[in-house]
Design a protein around this ligand. Structure first.
Ligand SMILES: Nc1ncnc2c1ncn2[C@@H]1O[C@H](COP(=O)(O)OP(=O)(O)OP(=O)(O)O)[C@@H](O)[C@H]1O
Length: 611
């Protein structure tokens, strides 16, 4: 690409970006934006108008010096005062609209980003770059869009101010202004070059900085502190976190030093041109026998013109810089969803009889290995199932496929005969509930932490209480001073920290809260003690009644509850049947079971039958 076409492309991208920013501002609040535009144009006229008032004041003073009559100079002072007052009012109005527009914009960006993240599929999050992208948007968008707003405001005021200067100079000789304009260009190009350089560095360092940020937050997360202290990890983390700082500092210092030197040279050029013009104005005023007011008017206007011009050019370069950062926001917002197939979308088949896996293969995006291989299974409605297998055998992956979080790479999953991808995902998820091993501990009250199980009925407190009772969580909740109103998670003020087992009961309450026809329980009792597990053991029967349930657990005591067990090994189903028949079959299941019973008998496991 030639240099000219490269520059043309930069200009075109820049104009497109400005267009997008304008759409963003307009979408935030069009009425506020219009007011902001009008009042800032008026505010920008303050400088040239004041310069003109000052000229007439000076000329009237010269006349008054001869006549002794000060009424005209006093009148100009009064006019100046009134105009200053008018400008104060305009300034306050501008500030009022500016702050409002900033708030509207912040809300608008947050809304757009949250919508976009909600729209993204689980597979999108398998790409590490997406985390950088979202983090960049979170870190930068509000601040840089606010900068863009302020820069645009300054830009508007200066354009208005410059227009005033051009009008004043029309009689004198606009060539002065044209030359001043070109004298400022080297500075502009230098600033743009610097912005691009720092943005490139920012991008290069971003993943590392994100990692360091993550390490810092590990150090300050309540649940991690015990492990960090016991393993004496603070000095190690400090060393890792600070290791890159020195390198970054040296690199930045070098760039800033070069920039300072180059800036001084361009400033010198501007200064020489500016003072040459002042001498030129002085000579012209004397030769044309103009007034002292005219001299003040032209010298001040030239200076104002240059200031406005510099400010406009600075605006252009900072718009460029902020634009580079904010383009992350636009590229996130413009991320297209894969074309949805034209096939008809069905509602959830409420009267379905089976869930069928038909020769299902699956590998994760970006991975070459199949995690599930030729899985064939049929789950019948209102029956309970367990998936058993060693770590990494593919149990959770299989669950993710049933939940519709990923599509099979090959083969098909059908619900009541309809391929899963043809069932509206919004509708599907209303009928399917899941409790994960790593469930979310929301920093809300206990009531809301349970209510998230059925967000469409979140205000139904009686339902929350009933769900807690069914999960056996009611007893410890009612002993807390604020009961269901207790705020959870010690990282927040006035909050209570629950034990892992208590948290797990909250998570199980969510399953009772939801009234889904398919229920998935991924390690639901991992953190419960033996008596709590036994208690839940009986409750699971009630929880599973009337639902198609899939249970993943390493505890045979719970596995025995289900109607049918599938044994998964290296991504394939190798055995299926109920507990007794699988023991009789004497295969992988029986091996795992006997191994764990032996360990239990030797006192190596606290829980009977957990592999
Ligand atoms: N997002 C992912 N991207 C790539 N590979 C993944 C991803 N998630 C899981 N895997 C891989 O898929 C395989 C199966 O993982 P999965 O979590 O399904 O096993 P699991 O049987 O549930 O294990 P566990 O009992 O330890 O929970 C593992 O080898 C794992 O490394």
């Amino acid at each position: 690409m030639s240099v000219v076409s490269a520059k043309f492309k930069i200009c075109r991208d820049y104009c497109r970006l400005l267009g997008k920013v304008t759409v963003l501002l307009w979408g935030s609040s069009s009425a506020t934006l219009i007011c902001l535009f009008i009042f800032n144009l008026v505010a920008g006229l303050a400088v040239p108008v004041t310069t003109v008032i000052w000229k007439y004041f000076l000329d009237s003073v010269v006349v008054a010096l001869q006549s002794g009559n000060i009424s005209t100079p006093v009148l100009w002072i009064v006019i100046h005062m009134l105009y200053t007052q008018f400008n104060h009012v305009i300034y306050n109005i501008c500030k009022y609209f500016e702050s409002n527009q900033a708030d509207y914009m912040n809300k608008h960006i947050t809304e757009l980003t949250l919508d976009k993240v909600a729209e993204m599929e689980m597979a999108d999050f398998d790409d590490a770059e997406i985390f950088d992208h979202i983090q960049k948007v979170n870190n930068e968008s509000s601040q840089h869009s606010m900068n863009i707003l302020r820069t645009l405001i300054t830009f508007l005021q200066n354009v208005s101010s410059m227009a005033g200067a051009v009008v004043i100079f029309l009689n004198f000789g606009p060539i002065v202004l044209v030359v001043s304009f070109f004298a400022c260009l080297p500075s502009l190009l230098l600033n743009i070059k610097m912005s691009a350089k720092f943005y490139a560095i920012y991008t290069k360092r971003f993943e590392r900085l994100r990692l360091l940020g993550n390490l810092k937050s590990i150090l300050t997360t309540y649940e991690n502190i015990k492990e960090i202290k016991v393993n004496r990890l603070n000095p190690y983390f400090k060393k890792v976190i600070l290791s890159d700082f020195d390198n970054y500092l040296q690199e930045d210092k070098k760039i800033r030093r070069n920039f300072s030197i180059q800036s001084s040279i361009t400033n010198l050029l501007e200064n020489v041109i500016s003072y040459s013009f002042q001498i030129y104005i002085l000579i012209t005023v004397i030769s044309r026998k103009l007034t002292i007011g005219d001299l003040s008017l032209f010298v001040n206007t030239l200076s104002n013109f240059q200031n406005s011009l510099e400010s406009i050019l600075r605006s252009v370069s900072s718009l460029y810089e902020d634009g580079l950062y904010i383009q992350n926001l636009f590229s996130l917002l413009e991320k297209k969803r894969p074309e949805s197939s034209d096939t008809e979308q069905y509602p959830f088949p409420v009267n379905f009889e089976t869930i069928q896996f038909d020769h299902v293969y699956f590998k994760y995006p970006g991975s070459d290995e199949f995690v599930l291989k030729d899985v064939n299974l049929t789950l019948a409605v209102r029956k309970s199932y367990s998936i058993v297998g060693l770590n990494g055998s593919g149990k959770t992956t299989l669950i993710k496929l049933i939940l519709g979080l990923y599509q099979p790479t090959k083969g098909e999953i059908r619900l009541g005969g309809i391929p899963l991808q043809q069932i509206s995902s919004e509708n599907y998820r209303k009928h399917i509930g899941a409790i994960f091993q790593d469930f979310i501990k929301y920093p809300f009250t206990i009531e809301k932490n349970i209510a998230v199980g059925e967000i469409d009925d979140a205000d139904n407190f009686a339902r929350v209480q009933e769900a807690a009772r069914q999960a056996g969580a009611d007893r410890f909740i009612e002993q807390l001073p604020e009961q269901y109103n207790t705020r959870l998670n010690k990282e927040w003020s006035n909050a209570t920290q629950l034990s892992l087992g208590e948290w797990q009961k909250i998570a199980i309450s969510r399953a009772f809260m939801a009234d889904s026809s398919i229920l998935i329980l991924d390690e639901p009792t991992a953190s419960l003690d033996a008596s709590a597990e036994y208690e839940l053991f009986t409750k699971f029967k009630a929880l599973m009644a009337g639902k198609t349930t899939i249970l993943i657990t390493h505890r045979f005591s719970t596995i025995r509850l289900v109607d049918e067990i599938f044994v998964l090994k290296d991504g394939g189903i190798i055995e299926s049947g109920d507990h007794e028949s699988l023991l009789r079959y004497d295969g992988e299941y029986a091996r795992l079971y006997k191994f764990q019973v032996e360990m239990y008998n030797e006192g190596l496991f606290v829980h009977e039958g957990s592999y």
